[in-house]
Design a protein around this ligand. Sequence first.
Ligand code: H79
Length: 419
Amino acid sequence: MQWWLDAKFGLFIHWGLYSMLAGEYKGRKTNNIAEWIIHDFQIPPKEYEHIAEQFDPKEFDAEKIVQLAKKAGMGYIVITSKHHEGFAMYDSACSDYTIVKSTSFGRDPIRELAQACQREGIRLGFYYSQAQDWYDENGYEQDADNEAKNFRKYLDEKCKPQLRELLTQYGPVALIWFDTPLIMTAEESKELRDLVKELQPECLVSGRIGSGLGDYASTGDNFIPLLPTKKPWEVPATLNHTWGFNKFDTAWKQPEAIVRNLIKIVSRGGNYLLNIGPDGLGRVPEESQRILEEVGDFMQGNAESIVGTKALPVYPYDLGWGYLTGRSGKVYIHVLEEKPMVQLLNIVSKMKKVYLLASGEELKFEQRETCEGDACWNIWWPNDDQKAARERLGAAGKVDMVICVEIEGEEVEFEPIDF
Ligand code: H79
């Protein structure tokens, strides 16, 4: 899974019939995540299925989405192949409820995306809701009476056959993003894991397969861990509140906040899986495009401080003004605030060369002990003028000024704080 550990940043795509409703059904609006609208309003499946007849996302452009992800510096894409609503967004033979059979659109967007990803050299994984299925009478539903359901039948006749299709029809699959196992047993989750590995041994399995059987941990939606975790981890996150398109949700996180989250997550060793929710025509919301493009401006000059980095040992201080990332022989200091100069205490590694990552502009530095005897790095901006240095970095320095410090030895060394 080294590719996944290195990638650090991925694009999540939530897209389904709910995208066409856009958070509204029969004049009622939902404030909740829009892909939950059936559950929220308890829309009967036989009524909801008619929405498919109007679903014609002509504007879906797989190539454009892949380009957007690539320009943002993302290394992988995960798209909903079947969300809790039960509708297959791909050409599935084992269900009649699919984008190919139930709509006039007739195209297989998952195939288009898989082909675009292969052309552009970006990995593709599939979200698959393995336990909840609100269309299949034997699929589970949160907060419903699930006891009477024949979950075995659903597993054998829908879930596993569909996973088999996804893992045999679209070339190499990077990962299956399972979600909400609910009351699935460990044995049932293990069956799904075994099926994935049998069909594609390299395909990863997300933490939400259940019973700790994932190859990595998925944190709570939009939750960033504070401390190192045992397993590799990923934060699935939204750009506003919703995952599926909701026309009422305009609470967009700004690019600055996204870049900060990315650095925070990567400095702690995690991955950031950031969502877009295309609308009912297949269009990526303009705000989402703008935000990702600006994140791309940061990544354009600074990807080296994100992609392929490893979590450093825990630095003993909360810096407040920034974060540290690193790789063998290099420490990247992410400076997010205005600072006359940059100082790091209790850092022992010997400094060799210091420069602004995006431009290569060298910075004056000094390694010394403080009056208290703490090992210390001092770094100064050219002419003591951070603002001018930031301007020279252009778009790459707007949020974060990344300083690269080349060190002696491979691993950075911090000293404990003993007062
Ligand atoms: O796919 C996205 C979500 O739809 C899915 N996971 C991410 C990646 C997800 N499944 N369950 N949940 C998120 C949490 C469910 C929260 C709920 Fe609710 C609280 C469901 C019912 C009460 C929020 C409020 C949604 C409906 C009402």
